[in-house]
Design a protein around this ligand. Structure first.
Ligand SMILES: C[S@@+](CC[C@H](N)C(=O)[O-])C[C@H]1O[C@@H](n2cnc3c(N)ncnc32)[C@H](O)[C@@H]1O
Length: 228
């Protein structure tokens, strides 16, 4: 029998996660600010980003994570192109995006976000209408947003929010586009659980009118398709 990772969910709305966060001066963190930036939201224990940063020395990486002990542990991995920030991303995304060197953000990944499924818990999800609205407003054109989940309802919601907002072009992907599986992705693969993935690219607002009609409902359990 395959050992399963137990999901213990942390409520991002609890008072302990509403505290002030000091956003660093990136000049003192990354030794080359001209590199493109990859922001990984909900990075977990940080091992995935450590490996990705080693494989991609031409990028700067930032992992954001709600759980303080995990960030404290991951801090020992930090390098000249890698940093971890302890924060509730939903409170800090706007400030964070505005703090980055202009037009350097090129990739965002949101992998296996905690699967809050009860209606009264939907506010606890990472990908909320407010988060997508802020991303639409502040991320540079052509920024890629990669999302994946092993919970279909969670993926469906991310898909609807990015697709419905306008300004994002969708394409389906069959594996991790960064060439490395996240910790939860590995676990889902070992457990033979289905994974839903999508890559959204920030494009002009003129996509608004067509996007809603251009996306087809997914076949059951299959990959989502785009008609672009
Ligand atoms: C299921 S884990 C996935 C970890 C990693 N992305 C992976 O694929 O291996 C989801 C992570 O998101 C974090 N998280 C949940 N809500 C968050 C929030 N509002 N801000 C930052 N991190 C959050 C959780 O603490 C948890 O570590």
């Amino acid at each position: 029998m395959t050992a399963h990772r137990v999901r213990r969910l942390t409520n991002p709305l609890s008072a302990v996660y509403q505290k002030n966060v000091e956003i660093p001066n990136w000049e003192s963190i990354w030794n080359d600010l001209s590199r493109p930036i990859h922001l990984d939201i909900g990075c977990g224990k940080g091992g995935y980003l450590l490996e990705l940063s080693k494989q991609n020395p031409g990028w700067n990486f930032l992992g954001t994570e709600l759980r303080k002990p995990w960030v404290e542990h991951a801090r020992s991995f930090e390098a000249q192109n890698l940093y971890y920030l302890h924060c509730n991303i939903n409170l800090w995304i706007e400030a964070l995006l505005n703090s980055f060197p202009q037009n350097q953000l090129k990739r965002i990944s949101i992998q296996f976000p905690d699967p809050w499924v009860k209606k009264r818990h939907l506010k606890r999800r990472i990908v909320t209408p407010q988060l997508v609205e802020i991303l639409t407003k502040y991320i540079p054109m052509e920024t890629e947003v990669f999302v994946q989940s092993d919970v279909e309802a969670v993926f469906q919601s991310m898909f609807d929010l990015f697709g419905g907002q306008g300004g994002f072009q969708f394409s389906s992907v069959t594996g991790n586009p960064f060439g490395l599986e996240s910790e939860w992705e590995k676990d889902a693969l070992v457990g033979a659980r289905p994974i839903w993935r999508g890559l959204f690219v920030r494009r002009g607002h003129d996509l608004i009118s067509t996007q809603k009609h251009a996306i087809k409902a997914p076949p059951l359990g299959g990959l989502y398709e785009s008609l672009f």
